[in-house]
Design a protein around this ligand. Sequence first.
Ligand code: SF4
Length: 256
Amino acid sequence: MSDLNVSCIQRFSTGDGPGIRTTVFLKGCNLKCPWCHNPENISPIPQMLEYKYANKIVSYGKIMSTEQIVSDIMEDIEFYRAGNGGVTISGGEPMLQYEGVAELSKQLHNNGVSVIIDTAGSVPWDNFAAVFDHTDIFYYDYKTASENDCKNVCGGDKSLILSNLNKLIIKGKNVHVRIPLIPGFNMGETDCENISDDLLSAKVKYVDLLPFHRLGSAKYEALNLEYAYKNTPPSNVDTVTYIKRIYSKYFIVNVE
Ligand code: SF4
């Protein structure tokens, strides 16, 4: 039996993969991306978010056994079956809790539920090896081709991220590479060309572009944290079309 540090369990989510899904958000991340939409999931410590405008306090973070989580999830089994849905394990960085994630994924597979793991990939390869057999799809963030930016802005290890991505693809896993479009960070032509070079070297064929939005800004306020992107406008259609054109030279591109 394994335990997981769960931030929250979101039922009937439609933005985290095909069909109707339940998303299990795990608490704790080894990166610190300043644009993060889920800042409540970065620290592994339980947190209370105070939404003053709504006069509401929400707590995030509790230890749950994989059996408890599966029992919650299975209440919606008919919805997953009807719509090609399933469970997405997100975060934070779920691969930090790979032992519990492996156990959870195995139990879900035993119940006929498909599993997506949403990762930023900056973890040892052995963590992936542990969850390999019971993961249907990896959602794999790729944010920058710059070793420096990856390290100094996000706190990640680009070589490790790229090497894990390459290994997953070589081993035949279904990997959806997702590129969050971050103004001033990875949206210039050179940034896109450099990311493309990396992804081509890892044998990637498909990419999802995630236009910039500020949906996480209320959480920063509720956490009493400064949000570096609070005045940055969402991506406009022309910019996204321009970037899509660059990536489309090399990949089949989907805009989320
Ligand atoms: S890897 Fe994801 S969860 Fe972690 S800080 Fe970056 S955006 Fe947030």
